[in-house]
Design a protein around this ligand. Structure first.
Ligand code: SAM
Ligand code: SF4
Length: 327
C-alpha cells in the first residue's frame, strides 16, 4: 500500500503562474463540491489506517484555505500520527509559519522560480516576490527545516537564472530542486521539444558548481546531488549544499512512485497523469463505513497504471490541471 498521500486543500490560488494557470483563473469548485475540513480528516484517517505515514498539503494554494492550521493539528492527532508537510507559493507564509510549526507541521516546500521582481511578476502575474522572501525567512525562523525550494525552469523565462538561484539557496541553507515542466498546464503551452530537460539543467548548473551525485535518492522523485564547491563557497550557510532535479518527463520514476492524491473535491488519483479517478466524496457523504472506504482505496491502488506515458504516441493530457490535482 502507498505511504505518501497528497491532499489538495483547495483549487483556489493567489498566483497565476503562466506554466500552471490561465490569467483569468479556472472554473473554481463550488463550496458544496469541496470537501469540508472534517471530511478531509475523516478520509485521511482511513488512509492512515491503511499505512499512509506521510501527508502533504497542497493545492491550489493551501495557505488560502481558512482552516489550514487546524487541519494540520487534526491530522497530527491521528493515530499513528503521520508526518505532515506542505507545499506553498509562500505569499502568505510570513503570517502562517509560526502557527503551522506550532500545529505540528514538520516540513515545508516553497515554490519560487526567480529572484528578480519584474520577472516574478511576469511569471506569476502578481507582484509578490517580497512577500515570498519574507515567508521563507519566517519559515526558517519558525524552525521548519530543512526548507526546500522548488523551481520550475522554463526556457526563455528563468533558465538563465538557475546558477544564481543555486548560489542564493546555498547562502541561505535552503535545498533547491529544479523541476521539469510537465504537460499539466491549463494553457497547453507545454511542448516536449521546448521543455528544459534535467540533463540541460545539470549541465548549466554544473558549469558553475561542482556536483557529486548522492548514493541514494533521499526522496522518491528527486535525484539529489551534493554541491561540493563553487565560486561563492565562502558565503554558503552550509558546509555542503544540496541540489536536486525532478525529471518526471525525461527520467520517469513511475515504478518507485507510491503517491496517492486526493483532490479538493474528494477524488482519488493514483497518478498525476491518470485519466481515471475514484470518487470518495459520494460514498463518504452517503454514509460509507471506514471499511467500505478502505476497500475503494485499495481497489484504486491495485488498478494504478504502470507508467505516465508522456512519451508514448496517443498521450492525452488529463483534463485536470496541476493546480486542480495538487502538485
Ligand atoms: N500553489 C502551491 C505552490 O505553487 O507551491 C502548491 C500547488 S503547485 C500546483 C505545486 C508545485 O507544482 C509547484 O512547485 C509548482 O511550481 C509546480 N507546478 C505547477 N505547474 C507545473 C507544471 N506544469 N509542471 C511542473 N511543475 C508544475
Ligand atoms: Fe498557484 Fe502553485 Fe499553480 Fe502557481 S504553481 S498558479 S502558485 S497552484
Amino acid at each position: 500500500m502507498a505511504t505518501d498521500l497528497r491532499i489538495s486543500l483547495t483549487d483556489l490560488c493567489s498566483l497565476r503562474c503562466t506554466y500552471c494557470m490561465p490569467a483569468e483563473g479556472l472554473p473554481w469548485l463550488s463550496q458544496r463540491e469541496r470537501l469540508t475540513d472534517a471530511e478531509f480528516v475523516r478520509l485521511a484517517s482511513v488512509f492512515v489506517a491503511l499505512g499512509v505515514t506521510s501527508v502533504r498539503l497542497t493545492g491550489g494554494e493551501p495557505l488560502v484555505h481558512p482552516g489550514v492550521v487546524s487541519v494540520v493539528e487534526r491530522l497530527r492527532a491521528l493515530e499513528p500520527a503521520p508526518e505532515i508537510s506542505l507545499t506553498t507559493n509562500g505569499v502568505t507564509l510570513e503570517r502562517h509559519a509560526r502557527k503551522l510549526a506550532d500545529a505540528g507541521l514538520s516540513r515545508i516546500n516553497v515554490s519560487l522560480d526567480t529572484l528578480d521582481r519584474e520577472r516574478f511578476a511576469r511569471l506569476t502575474r502578481r507582484d509578490r516576490l517580497p512577500a515570498v522572501l519574507a515567508g521563507l525567512a519566517a519559515a526558517a525562523d519558525a524552525g521548519l527545516a530543512p526548507l526546500k525550494v522548488n523551481t520550475v525552469l522554463v526556457r526563455g523565462e528563468n533558465l538563465d537564472e538557475a546558477p544564481a538561484l543555486l548560489g542564493w539557496a546555498l547562502r541561505h541553507g535552503y535545498d533547491l530542486r529544479f523541476i521539469e515542466h510537465m504537460p499539466l498546464d491549463a494553457d497547453h503551452t507545454w511542448t516536449r521539444a521546448d521543455m528544459v530537460t534535467a540533463e540541460e539543467m545539470l549541465d548549466l548548473v554544473g558549469a558553475t558548481y561542482a556536483l557529486r551525485p548522492r548514493a541514494e535518492r533521499l526522496s522518491a522523485p528527486a535525484e539529489d546531488f551534493d554541491v561540493v564547491d563553487g565560486p561563492d563557497r565562502a558565503s554558503w550557510a552550509v558546509p555542503v549544499g544540496r541540489v536536486g532535479v525532478i525529471a518526471s518527463v525525461t527520467r520517469p520514476f513511475c515504478r518507485d512512485c507510491d503517491r496517492l492524491r486526493l483532490t479538493a473535491d474528494g477524488q482519488l488519483r493514483t497518478c498525476l497523469f491518470a485519466q481515471h479517478e475514484t470518487d470518495l466524496r459520494a460514498p463518504l457523504r452517503a454514509g460509507a463505513t471506514d471499511t467500505e472506504l478502505a476497500e475503494l482505496i485499495r481497489a484504486a491502488v491495485a488498478g494504478k497504471q504502470a507508467g505516465h506515458g508522456i512519451g508514448a504516441q496517443g498521450f492525452v493530457q488529463p483534463t485536470r490541471t496541476m493546480s486542480a490535482i495538487g502538485g
